[in-house]
Design a binder for this molecule. Structure first.
Ligand SMILES: [Zn+2]
Ligand SMILES: [Zn+2]
Length: 226
């Protein structure tokens, strides 16, 4: 896939932003706008890999920035703990779609497929109800399938068991009782979550894990304050 590299400077880190490479043919010409909002060009769809954020934005070609992605850029830099000298990769993954990542993107991954799906949902929410209805009527009723290669962490079952024992059937965050019992063995249903994610080099230890109710768990991953 076609991509551009961006080398981060200390100034970029301090400002929480990054500049797009100039003079590249990576971006469609109709997405290059002027510096004022009145000179806004056609939007691109930009996915920030790792934060789950997506944004529709054109490019301020004077400043060489994604115009409407300030917060997303800052949170992306924070999330990946990027420092001066680190690189960001901007990969063209579709006609008007780009991914911002801290690693080179080669194959679609489970997360990239989910990120793209999330973007489609956000776009669908912005369309008119009539248009959505038409899209649904014209779509096949059985979904397409895709095979992706994904890397998983082999977690220690003793850590999970120990954390579940510690929680004694109540969420360690909101303190409410597990919402239901597990079909497999009748035990209270809680989910063991890593405070520092394994994907961010967190330890698979009792100290780095909490037992959560499904609500708290989803909120930690997808909530506005996550
Ligand atoms: Zn909870
Ligand atoms: Zn989790």
């Amino acid at each position: 896939m076609k991509y551009a590299e961006v080398l981060l400077s200390q100034g970029n880190i301090n400002q929480g932003h990054f500049y797009l490479p100039k003079g590249t043919d990576l971006f469609p010409a109709d997405a290059l706008g002027g510096k004022n909002k009145s000179e806004m060009a056609k939007s691109l769809e930009v996915i920030f890999v790792g934060t789950g954020e997506v944004v529709l934005t054109d490019i301020d070609s004077e400043k060489s920035l994604f115009r409407s992605a300030r917060g997303e850029s800052r949170r992306f830099i924070e999330k990946h703990k990027l420092t001066a000298g680190d690189k960001i990769y901007i990969t063209k993954t579709g006609e008007r779609r780009f991914s911002v990542s801290n690693k080179i993107i080669t194959e679609p991954t489970l997360n990239s497929v989910l990120d793209e799906f999330n973007l489609e949902v956000i776009k669908a929410l912005k369309e008119s109800p009539e248009n959505r209805k038409r899209q649904i009527e014209n779509a096949p009723k059985k979904p397409d399938k895709k095979t992706v290669e994904t890397t998983i962490y082999i977690r220690n079952p003793y850590v999970v068991a120990e954390v579940l024992e510690r929680a004694k059937g109540a969420c360690e965050r909101c303190k409410s009782t597990a919402p239901f019992k597990r079909k497999s063995d009748g035990s209270p249903y809680l989910e063991v979550h890593h405070t520092v994610p394994l994907s961010e080099d967190g330890d698979d230890t009792v100290e780095n894990a909490v037992a959560l109710c499904p609500n708290c768990h989803r909120e930690l991953h997808f909530g506005v304050n996550a």
